[in-house]
Each structure stands twice: as structure tokens, then as C-alpha cells.
Design a protein around this ligand. Structure first.
Ligand code: AMP
Length: 292
């Protein structure tokens, strides 16, 4: 398929600034979708949301080394520049910004952004430094692109909460839009890391959504003790004999603190290692058991 498009690709910061400035001068709202590439339908749903808002859509593709810990999968993280560009073009992206690591992190760089408390629960303790890496790179992307609005997936609920807090704390005039998790037909949340899964691991990975749906069912059925809901989730997860369960939790969706009594909508979240792959998923669940 060929596309008659005017999509631009920039690799350096000055030409990115110039391209965005031109779009802004022509009266367009700038919408940013930050990604690490290996794009799938989840990423494209964020692009679609930006398009629906009528924005000049900027997608950044950057496998950010500072959000990977030692021994994590930075080197083997899937990279597919040609495929990503094809998908962006087909989706109507206006600008793809693909910086090199050396341009984003100068050797003498000494500044990081740390969001306290929200980063101390859920994935925080399992991935020390991860959210500092995320907050810092997103802050840099915000300063380089200067979007009016930025789109993030609910799939990474803690990341979304951290970015919302950072933007509020630093008085950034950027609207943050959270977009629903896009799933495979059998319920597995789409993720670039799903490419790591063997067929057997792919089947076992379904325990994440199975546990989350069990939680939703119990809450709809009137269970209000978070401890009981979590126990059942954990039992379901362990049936698949995962290599490790990082956490299974019911937390407040805003401050991410554990909840005891379920009296308001909650976030059910879990992180599980299947084979060598660390998978996360979550559902926002209200008291009627509705949740996405
Ligand atoms: P990543 O490339 O994994 O860093 O993700 C880039 C953005 O896409 C983040 O805001 C993610 O939350 C979002 N995203 C990733 N997977 C999904 C999904 N399955 N559904 C919706 N958004 C997603």
C-alpha cells in the first residue's frame, strides 16, 4: 500500500522544534504520543484519540535507556523502525520524532525528575529508578515538543498517574488524556513485550486478565474486602505457575495506596513474570463491577 502523506520524520531536537512551531503558527493544536516503538494497536489507539481531537499528531519513538534497570531488557527490547514508520503514516501521524540516545542524554547531564510517593508502590519497588527514567524522559519530550495535549495508555496506570502528578506539580500547561487498554481478542493486554512470549507462555499470560475479571466479578457480587479479592486473584495467578509474582493489589486509582474496604472505584493491578517476560495489567473497577 502506498500513502500520499506529508508525514515528517525528525531525528534531532532543533528540527523537531521548528516543525512543531510551524504547525502551531498555522493554528493547530499539538498532540504528543510518547512511545518506545514496536507499535501495535494499543499505541495506534492513542494516535486515533489525538486525530479525533483534531491535533497535529506527534509520535515520539525512543527506547529510553534510563527507564530500564540493570539486567532488564533494554538491549533486546523489540525495535522495528520501518514497520513503525509505515504504521504511523497509515494512521495519519504528522511528525515522528526519533531521537538518538546521545542527543537525549548528554554525558554531563545531571538532572532527573523524581515524583515521590506515587512511585513507591506497585511497580516502584520492583523497578528501582524506573519512574525517574520515565518522568525525566517525558519531561524532556514535553519541553522539546511543547504539546498542548499528550496521550497515555491506562495499560500503564501507574505511569499515567505519575505523569498527571508531574504535570500538575510543575504547572505544565499540558492536558493529559488517558486512553483505555487495547486487548487481544482473548483479553491479553497488547504490549510490545508480548513478542517475547513462547506459545506456552502466551497461554499462561491469560492469567492476568482472568484474575482481573475475577476481581471485577467479586466486587460486582458485593465483596468489599480488598484482602479477599486479592487472595482470589493471587490464587488464579499462581495456578499458571508463574516464574514470579511481583505484586497483586487493589489500590486507590489516584494515590495508588492499598485499599482495605472497597467503597469507591478501585484499581486492581498486577505484575507477573511469565518465563523471562514481566507482564503488567490492570482494571479500573467501580462498585457495580463495571470496569475497563
Ligand atoms: P510503550 O511504547 O510501551 O512505552 O507505550 C507507549 C504508550 O502506549 C504508553 O502511554 C502506553 O500506556 C500506551 N500503551 C501501551 N500498550 C497499550 C495498550 N494495550 N492499550 C492502550 N495503550 C497502550
Amino acid at each position: 500500500m502506498r500513502f500520499n502523506s506529508s508525514m515528517k520524520v525528525t531525528r534531532d531536537i532543533p528540527s523537531t522544534r521548528t516543525t512543531v512551531a510551524d504547525a502551531r503558527r498555522s493554528g493547530q493544536r499539538i498532540g504528543l504520543v510518547p512511545t518506545m516503538g514496536a507499535l501495535h494497536a494499543g499505541h495506534l489507539s492513542l494516535v486515533e484519540a489525538a486525530r479525533r481531537d483534531g491535533a497535529f499528531v506527534v509520535v515520539s519513538i525512543f527506547v529510553n535507556p534510563t527507564q530500564f534497570g540493570p539486567g532488564e531488557d533494554y538491549e533486546r527490547y523489540p525495535r522495528d523502525t520501518a514497520g513503525d514508520l509505515r504504521q504511523c503514516e497509515a494512521a495519519g501521524v504528522a511528525l515522528v520524532f526519533m531521537p538518538a540516545v546521545a542527543d537525549m542524554y548528554r554525558p554531563e547531564a545531571a538532572t532527573t525528575v523524581h515524583v515521590a510517593r506515587l512511585t513507591e508502590t506497585l511497580c516502584g519497588p520492583c523497578r528501582p529508578g524506573h519512574f525517574d527514567g520515565v518522568a525525566t524522559v517525558v519531561a524532556k519530550l514535553f519541553n522539546i515538543v511543547q504539546p498542548d495535549v499528550a496521550y497515555f495508555g491506562q495499560k500503564d496506570a501507574q505511569q499515567l498517574a505519575v505523569i498527571r502528578r508531574m504535570v500538575r506539580d510543575l504547572d505544565w500547561p499540558i492536558e493529559i488524556v488517558g486512553c483505555p487498554t487495547v486487548r487481544e481478542p482473548d483479553g491479553l493486554a497488547m504490549s510490545s513485550r508480548n513478542a517475547y512470549l513462547s506459545p506456552d507462555e502466551r497461554r499462561r499470560a491469560l492469567v492476568l486478565i482472568r484474575a482481573l475479571r475475577d476481581a471485577r466479578g467479586r466486587i460486582a457480587g458485593g465483596e468489599r474486602r480488598a484482602r479477599v479479592v486479592v487472595e482470589h486473584m493471587r490464587r488464579i495467578v499462581e495456578e499458571s505457575r508463574p516464574e514470579h509474582v511481583d505484586y497483586v493489589a487493589i489500590v486507590d486509582p489516584d494515590n495508588l495506596q492499598p485499599v482495605e474496604q472497597i467503597e469507591r472505584p478501585v484499581l486492581a493491578a498486577l505484575a507477573v513474570r511469565i518465563g523471562r517476560t514481566r507482564l503488567i495489567d490492570n482494571l479500573l473497577i467501580d462498585l457495580a463491577g463495571d470496569g475497563a
